[in-house]
Design a protein around this ligand. Structure first.
Ligand SMILES: Cc1cc2nc3c(=O)[nH]c(=O)nc-3n(C[C@H](O)[C@H](O)[C@H](O)COP(=O)(O)OP(=O)(O)OC[C@H]3O[C@@H](n4cnc5c(N)ncnc54)[C@H](O)[C@@H]3O)c2cc1C
Length: 392
């Protein structure tokens, strides 16, 4: 240890994904000395090609990213507002429509590419005093006096009062600290791709629920939609083996021809789907944020939003600290855990519940789902509650 270089910071953020970058920005803006560590080198994120990985960003996340000075770096021409949501259930004759106008909102969400957001976050980090150590995974975590010490592959040691673990769903930090997780395997894969559509999407996000399957077609600029199709692993494998044209035809059928003919505008990517929740969101001098704390089913399009809300909560806690506060102190950090637990539990309940409710093969559940959708469609007050939940 004696021959290693050791640098001391207030906060070490491990993981420079969407959520880690946002945390580094929010805490650097408060004047904290930040080091940002990632196993990978920084990638290039500007490209004229459309990224198949997209996010439905809620208005509150958008407001947060604006306040951080990030949103200004997103190319406005590549953002698509969602003015309405149409939800279809297999057995129902009509869809449930949720309109931003009905709830006096300008929009329900924004569809933004992963590459655009990553580019914007990095641009903002560059403008701040953040030390970066990229391309060097952490290999060990230990404690010394009032600090947590992170060992990196390159031989560097980083010492900080607080370690923010933003190192994704297979979090090294979480595993190293022996924090247990509750795991649920949906036996589903999400197929993700962009399509150019024949009929105008009208800025509507459309979602179709059928037994153990959800298909979402989200509006993108230039008459495109982004597909997130969650379906059983075996069926996903079969679809992935099809030609681009045949897969597009399958999507058209699943979408009941609502958008006419589809033409592939990207490769198709696949992601296995799990729900992974850390049993504790804090440890000694450590907080977990983003997918390292919770990975949720993408059907509600909320994973990244949930991670950004972790950052909001952490930043709020840090603002409340006085000059002599030990920011790694467990009693202090417990406030973050208390604040975040309910949100994480309710998101898990929502996505698992929706999967069970709409996707069940059981005839009674099917009829219940269908009639619930039809009843909801008739009740504006209930629809407004759903909208408020969706945009939170
Ligand atoms: C198909 C699909 C569709 C989705 N759609 C949406 C959507 O519409 N809206 C939404 O809000 N969310 C969506 N999500 C969820 C969203 O993608 C994730 O919640 C989000 O990307 C998690 O970001 P993160 O920064 O926590 O983790 P990651 O993006 O996984 O970043 C983790 C970082 O940690 C680094 N790292 C890992 N190990 C180490 C180590 N040992 N040392 C140092 N660094 C390390 C990695 O290199 C990486 O850069 C979707 C997810 C899927 C799978």
């Amino acid at each position: 240890m004696a021959n290693k270089t050791q640098s001391v910071f207030d906060v070490a953020v491990v993981g420079a994904g969407l959520v880690g970058l946002a945390a580094a920005i929010a805490l650097a803006e408060q004047g904290k000395r930040i080091v940002l560590v990632d196993a990978k080198e920084r990638a290039g994120y500007t490209s004229s090609t459309w990224d198949a990985r997209i996010y439905a960003i809620t208005p509150s996340t958008e407001a947060f990213l604006k306040a951080l000075g990030v949103w200004a770096f997103v190319n406005a021409a590549r953002i698509n507002p969602v003015k309405a949501m149409d939800l279809w259930h297999e057995g129902a004759s009509d869809s449930l429509n949720l309109l931003a106008d009905d709830a006096n909102l300008d929009k329900l969400a924004c569809i933004v590419e992963n590459n655009q957001l990553m580019h914007a976050l990095w641009e903002r980090v560059d403008a701040l005093d953040v030390t970066m150590v990229l391309g060097s995974p952490c290999t060990d975590i230990e404690y010394q006096d009032d600090t947590v010490v992170v060992d990196l592959v390159n031989g560097q040691q980083i010492s900080a009062s607080l370690l923010v673990a933003a190192d994704g769903v297979n979090s090294f930090v979480r595993q190293q600290l022996g924090l247990a997780t509750n795991d649920k395997d949906f036996d589903q894969v999400a197929l993700v791709a962009n399509y150019v559509v024949e009929k105008a999407h009208g800025n509507i996000a459309r979602q179709w629920f059928s037994p153990h399957e959800t298909l979402a077609l989200l509006p993108l600029p230039q008459q495109q939609v982004s597909m997130v199709w969650a379906l059983e692993t075996e069926r996903a494998k079969q679809l992935l083996s099809l030609s681009e044209e045949s897969l597009a035809e399958q999507v058209e059928v699943q979408a009941r021809g609502q958008l006419g003919q589809l033409k592939a505008a990207s490769k198709t990517y696949s992601f296995p789907l799990h729900q992974i929740t850390a049993s504790k969101l804090i440890a000694e001098r450590v907080v977990l944020i983003g997918d390292s704390a919770h990975q949720v089913h993408p059907m509600a399009g909320q994973g990244a939003n949930l991670g950004f809300r972790d950052v909001m909560s952490l930043a709020k806690l840090m603002t409340s600290s006085h000059a002599l506060q030990d920011i790694g102190d467990a009693t202090f950090l417990r406030r973050y855990e208390r604040d975040r637990k309910a949100d994480v539990v309710s998101m898990n309940t929502l996505t698992s519940g929706l999967d069970y409710f709409f996707s069940s093969n059981n005839q009674l559940m099917k009829r219940l789902a269908t009639s619930s959708m039809e009843q909801l469609e008739k009740r504006l007050s209930m629809k407004n509650i759903l909208i408020k939940q969706a945009v939170a």
